[in-house]
Ligand binder design. Structure first.
Ligand SMILES: Nc1ncnc2c1ncn2[C@@H]1O[C@H](COP(=O)(O)OP(=O)(O)OP(=O)(O)O)[C@@H](O)[C@H]1O
Length: 552
């Protein structure tokens, strides 16, 4: 079994794995078992815009994972120890390490993973650190630590830059590669601080003039801060490597000043991650508080995940008496011992489920408070040398690792409601709705104008049609009138002709009558003359003719 599974679904996979108790992951005879099982429940709390979510799963998921890595023999080992057999024998398939005290006496220890001398940096990263990095990317705090005797490959495992041979890249470089690959340079923020803890003083490896930087703690969350240390936002891998090299140079310079090749300080790379995501949740009281509880907006609560990854390269854990330190070196060794001893004490207390965890005894344990017995996912790699000469240090390193395996953290994810983004999002929504409204308004106006134009056109067309119709009617009317007129004319012509005819008839009858009248008149005149002659002749009264006028 790997320390954690390698895939992105490692958390789920871990939960599906049998617990340490059942699979025997542990120390001698499966001895170190998780003793704290606070995280056996899934629980979520909401408080003042913040919430902590516990990782669900079995009690084993928060246990500190411990792997052991055996370093290759160094020149000294090779020259002086040809007669001796190695004190270490690995059984990788059983994930066991056998520590041989002598030919008759050996102990076997089980770890979460054992790496032989030839194990690649890639494999070590993927088994030890990658699951922690994935956790950090999901919003949990995480810690990867290397512990071991001087010269056993802690810095090689953790801090190797791999400039000459990229396959030698250590955990810091590979972790940042994964983090940068998984985060958005626009939405998310990745920043680092690089510190060293030397003689109980925290120094800034990115700004060497800063030393004795105080540690502070949030009394409510217990979160540890190193205010005053430089925090540099990582732009890209090149930028990160530059800073790492700068920090390494500063650490190396300090060592050189002390005339030693070995790291006399603990180096701590602190990676802070701030990621945004949209929460799919409908039942949060906060939603009703903010009245975004309609189904459309409740599924869109922006939250910010803040997580921290500590990658710690501890100083060598050799014994003072054996190293023969004197003077300043003795002070230094004592200081290293103090911090490592207090780390060991905390681990013991946690492993035994003690009531008091002495985290305040040293700055190292204060810095690592969240990593051991806290809310972080923690992996420890212990490095050992194969040489029998180092039996005692190797043995104490192994015992340190075995005790660490008993520590169970309670993985918690800190989620904060991102009011700023919510506000921004709502503002954007308002903006887009307003512009949509304006667009609709414009469209409506345009459509109205269009309709009015169409109406006008219709009216004109109608008027034209009416005119045409009227003209047609007129035309029709005219042609009927013409007909009527023609008929009438004809009628009148006939009438006139008839009247003319009648008139002529009348005229002719009148002229006949006149002629008759003249004749009659003549007759009358003749008769009158005749009568007058008679009267004159016999004295009789004269007879009146039709044309005579008489006074009565
Ligand atoms: N697994 C390994 N493969 C190849 N070389 C290794 C390995 N482990 C260690 N080394 C080499 O051994 C030497 C000592 O390693 P390193 O400096 O990493 O030890 P250390 O534990 O960090 O020592 P110190 O505590 O004194 O700083 C280095 O030259 C390193 O390259």
């Amino acid at each position: 079994m790997a320390l954690h599974s390698h895939t992105r679904t490692s958390l789920r996979n871990d939960r599906n794995l049998p617990s340490a108790r059942s699979n025997g992951v542990g120390g001698v005879g499966g001895n170190p078992l998780p003793v704290r099982s606070k995280n056996s429940l899934t629980r979520r709390t909401v408080a003042s815009g913040q919430r902590m979510s516990l990782e669900d799963g079995d009690a084993d998921s928060g246990r500190v994972r411990v792997a052991v890595r055996v370093c290759p023999k160094n020149a000294e080992d090779l020259s002086s120890e040809s007669d001796f057999v190695d004190c270490i024998e690995l059984q990788p398939e059983l994930k066991r390490l056998k520590l041989r005290k002598n030919n008759w006496n050996s102990e076997s220890y089980r770890f979460d993973e054992v790496f032989a001398e030839k194990a690649s940096q890639k494999r070590v990263y993927e088994v030890v650190a990658k699951p922690v990095v994935e956790s950090v990317l999901s919003g949990y705090n995480g810690t990867v630590m290397a512990y071991g005797q001087t010269g056993t490959g802690k810095t090689y495992t953790i801090g190797q830059l791999g400039k000459v041979d990229p396959s030698e890249r250590g955990i810091m470089v590979r972790a940042m590669e994964d983090i940068l690959a998984e985060t958005s340079s626009i939405r998310d923020t990745v920043s680092i601080s690089y510190l060293q803890l030397y003689l109980e003083s925290i120094q800034d490896l990115l700004a060497p003039e800063k030393s004795n930087i105080p540690i502070s703690e949030d009394p409510n969350s217990g979160e540890v801060f190193v205010h005053g240390a430089s925090v540099v936002q990582v732009r890209d891998m090149e930028h990160f490597l530059e800073m790492l090299l700068f920090g390494e140079t500063n650490r190396h310079a300090a060592n050189t000043k002390l005339n030693t090749e070995s790291s006399r300080s603990h180096a701590i790379l602190m990676v802070r991650l701030q990621r945004y995501k949209w929460l799919e949740e409908k039942s949060l009281s906060l939603l009703s508080m903010t009245s975004f509880n309609d189904s459309s907006s409740s599924s869109n609560v922006p939250i910010v995940l803040k997580s921290k990854l500590l990658i710690v390269d501890l100083a060598g854990s050799e014994r003072i008496d054996k190293s023969g330190s004197e003077g300043h070196m003795l002070e230094e060794a004592k200081s290293i011992n103090l911090s490592l001893t207090s780390l060991g004490k905390c681990i013991n207390a946690l492993a035994e489920n003690g009531l008091h965890i002495p985290t305040r005894d040293s700055k190292l344990t204060r810095l690592l408070r969240d990593s051991l017995g806290g809310t972080a996912r923690t992996s420890l790699i212990i490095t050992v040398g194969p040489s029998s000469r180092q039996y005692s240090e190797t043995s104490s390193t192994i015992m340190f690792g075995q005790r660490a395996m008993k520590v169970v953290n309670t993985l918690k994810r800190k989620e904060e409601f991102d009011y700023e983004s919510l506000c921004r999002k709502l503002e954007n929504q308002v903006d887009s709705l307003t512009s949509e409204l304006e667009r609709q308004e414009k469209l409506k106006n345009f459509e109205n104008a269009n309709l009015e134009k169409q109406l006008e056109e219709c009216k004109t067309a109608l008027a034209e049609a009416e005119n045409n119709l009227a003209d047609r009617d007129k035309e029709l009317e005219n042609s009927a009138f013409q007909n009527v007129l023609a008929d009438t004319t004809q009628m009148y012509e006939e009438k006139v002709a008839e009247l003319i005819k009648q008139l002529e008839l009348e005229r002719s009858s009148r002229s006949n009558l006149e002629e008759q009248l003249i004749l009659e008149q003549k007759k009358t005149d003749d008769i009158s003359i005749l009568l007058e002659k008679q009267q004159k002749g016999n004295g009789r009264p004269k007879v009146k003719g039709p044309g005579d006028v008489t006074d009565e």
